[in-house]
Write a protein that binds this ligand. Structure first.
Ligand code: KG4
Ligand code: ZN
Length: 338
């Protein structure tokens, strides 16, 4: 089985070819970051139009890289949500049309299931049951994965997602958009002792998150301390966010009695977060798994992987196109046991 994966839920066009036996054959990504930078955020209409321009050329590139023919593809998986409606519709309509013309099945994939499964593309993948921390630009969640395809929500953010808080704080510090990685770089030279930011919702029980307060705290310090404090603010912000995530992950492992933690989504590429979670896991005799940083952020490979599991399990869409701006992860149909 050879699955084509198409990711277009936000501002990255990701295409990948995944073979059931040979693994990932090729993948390609086009980031629209420079297109949206001058607006300080993603402009949905520009995103949709750019996905239209990029999808087929990237598909040709990936076929060339893999030395494969379109006629060898046996299924098409695309991100059906959650995400920007117009952007999702581009991937869905291209995927559905290709699948129809090739006479193969297609399936709409939940973007966050894609993220959650990204560590499965690594050489030593985790095995369920595990706790997953999903940290992206649009979502922050702790999920209990009793088996692949069966997800129970343990905690979610009540306001901003972690990536969103990184991006908004980075914009405040004049680091452009999307500023998560730039803020992390700037934090390297910051003084960790100068400011202490709050660790929201860690002083009460529960696994939900709230990140808008950390961002507001950054605004207040920025106003009083000024641009000279930029690196110190970046460092204090990053320390607070990482510490909060570490506390909640530790709590989720203890509450569930599980010893395996999986971390995925764009913020999973953050070095300080990776180090902090590794140290916490070691202290609790647990193991933590991350995708390579390239597969933490949006990509087609994770969508192809989720598609492979579900199409192999007999799930396919009809001829209609599916796209959902909102879609709960715990509403997904279960996967048959292999
Ligand atoms: O998963 P992703 O590519 O897209 C969504 O599904 O939202 O995540 C993108 C988010 C952005 O907010 C970006 O700033 C953040 O991940 N991000 C980072 C890092 N790399 C990406 N945040 C902090 N540190 C990083 N190294
Ligand atoms: Zn994502």
């Amino acid at each position: 089985m050879l699955i084509l994966g198409i990711e277009t839920s936000c501002d990255e066009t990701g295409i990948a070819l995944l073979d059931a036996h040979r693994g990932l054959l090729a993948h390609a990504l086009h980031s629209q970051a420079s297109l949206h930078a001058e607006y300080g955020g993603v402009v949905p209409e520009l995103a949709s139009r750019d996905h239209i321009r990029r999808t087929l050329p990237l598909l040709r590139q990936v076929l060339d890289q893999a030395g494969a023919q379109a006629s060898q593809i046996t299924g098409v998986a695309y991100t059906a949500g959650p995400g920007l409606m117009g952007a999702l519709m581009v991937g869905a309509s291209v995927a559905r049309s290709l699948a129809w013309s090739w006479g193969v099945p297609s399936l709409g994939i939940h973007h966050m299931e894609g993220h959650l499964l990204a560590p499965m593309l690594e050489p030593a993948p985790p095995a369920a049951p595990f706790v997953a921390l999903l940290v992206s630009g649009g979502h922050t969640m702790l999920v209990k994965v009793s088996r692949i395809g069966c997800y129970t929500m343990l905690g979610e953010t009540l306001d901003d997602a972690v990536g969103e808080a990184f991006d908004k704080t980075a914009l405040l510090l004049g680091l452009g958009y999307p500023g998560g990685p730039a803020l992390a770089r700037m934090a390297e030279s910051g003084d960790p002792e100068r400011f202490r930011f709050p660790r929201p919702m860690t002083d009460r029980p529960g696994l939900d998150f709230s990140f808008s307060g950390v961002k507001t705290h950054a605004i207040q310090i920025w106003r009083s301390a000024g641009p000279d404090a930029r690196a110190d603010i970046a460092r204090a912000f990053e320390e607070a966010v990482v510490d909060t995530l570490r506390i909640k992950c530790q709590r989720a492992l203890q509450a569930s009695g599980l010893r395996t933690l999986v971390v995925a989504g764009g913020v999973g590429a953050n070095r300080r977060l990776r180090t902090a979670l590794q140290a916490m896991a070691a202290r609790h005799r647990a193991r933590v798994y991350f995708p390579r940083p390239e597969f933490c952020t949006d990509n087609g490979a994770m969508i192809a992987y989720a598609g492979l599991l579900r199409i192999q399990g007999g799930q396919t869409d009809g001829l209609g196109i599916q796209a959902r701006a909102r879609w709960r992860l715990d509403e997904l149909p279960p996967l048959e046991r292999p």
